[in-house]
Design a protein around this ligand. Sequence first.
Ligand SMILES: Cc1cc2nc3c(=O)[nH]c(=O)nc-3n(C[C@H](O)[C@H](O)[C@H](O)COP(=O)(O)O)c2cc1C
Length: 164
Amino acid sequence: MTNIGIFFGSDTGNTEKVAEKIAANLNLEAQDIAGSSNDIFDDYDLLILGTPTANYGEMQPDWDYFVPELEDADLSGKKVALFGLGDQVDYPDSFLDAMGDLAELITEAGGELIGDWATEGYEFNDSRAVNDGRFVGLALDEDRQPELTDDRIATWLNSLGLTA
Ligand SMILES: Cc1cc2nc3c(=O)[nH]c(=O)nc-3n(C[C@H](O)[C@H](O)[C@H](O)COP(=O)(O)O)c2cc1C
């Protein structure tokens, strides 16, 4: 059986709330990345990691603090699915950028990214979270499209072969 670990960083609670929804779908608990070291990933084959984008394209502070841990991590053999939260109306030039930055760190650490997501249904100018025309993970906008979040989560978990 696949051991799944769900981790999030969150400033104002949106990403935490979404992480808890994803966890509830899988009968698991979501864990806050704040103050962790990378050995928290040891027990899992599949990581589901969630981050908002803060401050015009920056990483959320707890994830930012965790970057040296990620740079030291060996995630080879692990699959990693990302979900990102942002606001496409107020921040259209840096929509979900931090999810893109996290994706790069995960890949550098040897993790295998899964769970990319179509860009249809969003309006933005630029995003570091887009690679080859698709988001590198699930794109959520709790500020502008909160009514779409539950369906997007269910569709994404299904696409990953995880029961929703
Ligand atoms: C000062 C500030 C800057 C932000 N910058 C970005 C940004 O560059 N790109 C983006 O997509 N969202 C941006 N956001 C929106 C947040 O990512 C969004 O509100 C998210 O849901 C917050 O998640 P949290 O409650 O887990 O912290 C910003 C929000 C604030 C308050």
